[in-house]
Design a protein around this ligand. Structure first.
Ligand code: ADP
Ligand code: ASP
Ligand code: MG
Length: 423
């Protein structure tokens, strides 16, 4: 069994959907589970619908009509594939929008935003069937079972594995064309509420299927030739990494290399499943292979720039040691507010953290800290992470900017600097 994942860029229009069929044609007779994201920028558009619903904005219905038209146009260019399903999904959303949203923002968000993948899979599955590529459409909400942490649901691994295996067994193994289509990004809580797994989570969904099915390999099809040593949107002189260890891949993804969702690697590593990242435009090329190459360090420096960072320094008002009681309070608040630390450092009486700039979360944090601590902060920063660093590349990327915080380990250097205008 192979698991494929197609993202938004590989499904942005009818031409792209035809290309998915071309790619599948390259694997005749193989059992493949195809995990699909929402088309193009649908998830962003659904986020706007969710916001408008929660704020009871009357514009919500026209936003939804825009999405309906976008999908129906693609469907019509594909001979009407999936059009009935699209209309029915949109009708259900419209009905939902006529009711009051649940009081919990994140629950309302997941009810709406989870529909993008239902729309895309309906079109792709029917298109493939009509093109003579029989396939079975499986509903990921019946297979991926999670906690009720809306927008960032945690997987119930045993139950999910059991359900996936049962669904794939039931779907006749002798099935004429052993192709299964399912949704990325979405699942269902054990009490039956739709959930999402976090933005860009379809790579992770594919890894969950690969894990449960003991897949022989997983391929994610991207708009880049594979994993490069830096994001080609911001750097010209990137190089393709042809093989990477799981360890390097997880570190790069965790620090913000957005080509792979950071949660994707662990399930694959646990079962030693190879992960290929390949170009959907040039599927014949080798791309990048991520596998257990732990004894083969890269010889190319890899760099990641995380923008919109804030450096927050916290000191106890009473000049006490921060490590004794302060850290406990600060970590408690950060965890409660769902704020992830990208970098941290402490001295005797101060603790500094570099975090993403979410103004409302920051204001709540500052307020909560203000009784016991003095808080200073700097905005408009970037966090640069360089793995396999050397002085030349570090100097080049820092580009003479003052460094506000620096941390080095044997393989990785991280630096917080002021932002510079990107190209
Ligand atoms: P998907 O269509 O699967 O959602 P994404 O847009 O999430 O794909 O990921 C692909 C994008 O990731 C590329 O277009 C590229 O700009 C970006 N990217 C960031 N870092 C890297 C990297 N190190 N190597 C390749 N691409 C990268
Ligand atoms: N459609 C979801 C998103 O845009 C999940 C994904 O594409 O991976 O975040
Ligand atoms: Mg994406």
């Amino acid at each position: 069994m192979k698991v494929f994942k197609f993202g938004g860029a590989s499904l942005r229009d009818a031409e792209a959907v035809r290309n998915v069929r071309e790619i599948l044609n390259r694997f005749p007779g193989e059992r493949i589970c195809v995990v699909i994201s929402a088309m193009g920028k649908t998830t962003n558009a659904l986020e706007q619908v969710a916001d408008a619903w929660i704020n009871q904005d009357v514009g919500v219905f026209s936003l939804l009509s825009g999405l309906e038209n976008f999908h129906l146009e693609i469907s019509s260019e594909l001979g009407g594939a999936g059009s009935l399903a699209v209309k029915s999904i949109i009708r259900d959303i419209r009905l939902l929008l006529q009711s009051a949203p649940p009081s919990l923002y994140d629950a309302a968000y997941d009810q709406i935003v989870s529909n993008g993948e239902l729309l895309s899979t309906a079109i792709v599955s029917e298109f493939l069937s009509r093109e003579g590529v029989p396939n079975q459409l499986l509903d990921a909400r019946k297979l991926i079972i999670t906690s009720e942490a809306f927008r960032n649901a945690r997987i119930s691994w045993d139950e999910t594995t059991r359900r996936i295996l049962a669904a794939f067994d039931e779907a006749n193994p002798e099935y004429e064309a052993p192709l299964y289509i399912t949704q990325g990004f979405i699942g269902c809580s054990s009490s039956g509420h739709p959930v999402t797994l976090g933005r860009e989570g379809s790579d992770f969904s594919a890894a969950i299927f690969a894990y449960a099915l003991d897949a022989g390999e997983m391929i994610i099809w991207k708009d880049v030739p594979g994993v490069l040593n830096a994001d080609p949107r911001y750097f010209d002189d990137t190089v393709l990494l042809d093989r990477i260890s799981y360890r390097d891949a997880i570190e790069l993804a965790y620090f913000g290399a957005s080509v792979i969702h950071p949660k994707t690697i662990q399930p694959l590593q646990n079962k030693n499943i190879p992960l290929y990242v390949k170009s959907f435009e040039k599927p014949e090329e080798k791309g990048t292979l991520i596998h257990s190459f732990e004894d083969q360090p890269l010889n190319t420096p890899c760099y990641i720039v995380k923008k919109d960072q804030v450096l927050v320094s916290v000191s106890p008002n009473d000049f006490s040691f921060i490590a004794e009681d302060g850290l406990h309070t600060i970590f408690g608040l950060l965890s409660h507010m769902g704020i992830r630390i990208n970098l941290m450092q402490n001295s005797a009486i101060s603790f500094s953290i570099c975090i993403d700039d979410h103004p409302d979360k920051l204001n709540r944090l500052f307020k909560a800290l203000s009784g016991d601590f003095r808080v200073k902060y700097n905005r408009g920063l970037e966090l640069i992470t360089i793995r396999y660093y050397n002085k030349k590349i570090t100097d080049k990327i820092v580009n003479k900017r003052p460094v506000l915080l620096e941390q080095k380990s044997r393989l990785t250097v991280q630096l917080v600097v002021e932002s510079q205008k990107s190209k």
